[in-house]
Design a protein around this ligand. Structure first.
Ligand SMILES: N=c1c2ncn([C@@H]3O[C@H](COP(=O)(O)OP(=O)(O)OP(=O)(O)O)[C@@H](O)[C@H]3O)c2ncn1[C@@H]1O[C@H](COP(=O)(O)O)[C@@H](O)[C@H]1O
Length: 101
């Protein structure tokens, strides 16, 4: 299963980056620039690691959702689409399959 909502979330994030007001968390993040967004991505990544070390699957799922959202904000802030990441993953796979015959 692929998460089709990722596309929708990316669109929502783009809309908030363009037109978000003071009620928008995304807009608040973007106002802080790459420093604030990157800091949040780092914090959320650490929280995923802590949850995994505690062997708590539900917690890992919730923290990974936080991480994915913040990562998407960082990507869109930098003009990168999630499709660009997919393309990179496909290219790596294709190269590996080619190398192993
Ligand atoms: N998926 C998310 C999402 N996940 C997490 N968060 C926010 O990310 C923050 C997580 O920060 P922390 O875990 O550090 O908790 P915190 O201590 O409350 O946050 P800080 O004060 O440290 O920033 C919380 O404020 C969450 O509300 C999100 N905020 C928004 N979205 C999506 O983005 C859309 C647009 O949101 P707005 O920009 O707020 O309109 C929403 O409809 C959602 O679909």
């Amino acid at each position: 299963m692929v998460c089709q909502f990722l596309d929708e979330l990316q669109r929502i994030i783009d809309e908030r980056i363009e037109h978000g007001d003071s009620r928008s968390y995304t807009r608040m993040l973007v106002n802080g620039g790459v420093d604030l967004i990157s800091k949040k991505v780092g914090e959320e990544a650490v929280e995923v690691v802590v949850a995994a070390m505690r062997d708590d699957r539900g917690w890992v799922v919730r923290e990974t959702a936080d991480l994915m959202y913040h990562l998407l904000v960082l990507l869109r802030f930098m003009g990168i689409k999630f499709d660009d990441i997919c393309e990179e993953l496909v290219n790596r796979h294709t190269a590996r399959v080619g190398a192993h015959g």
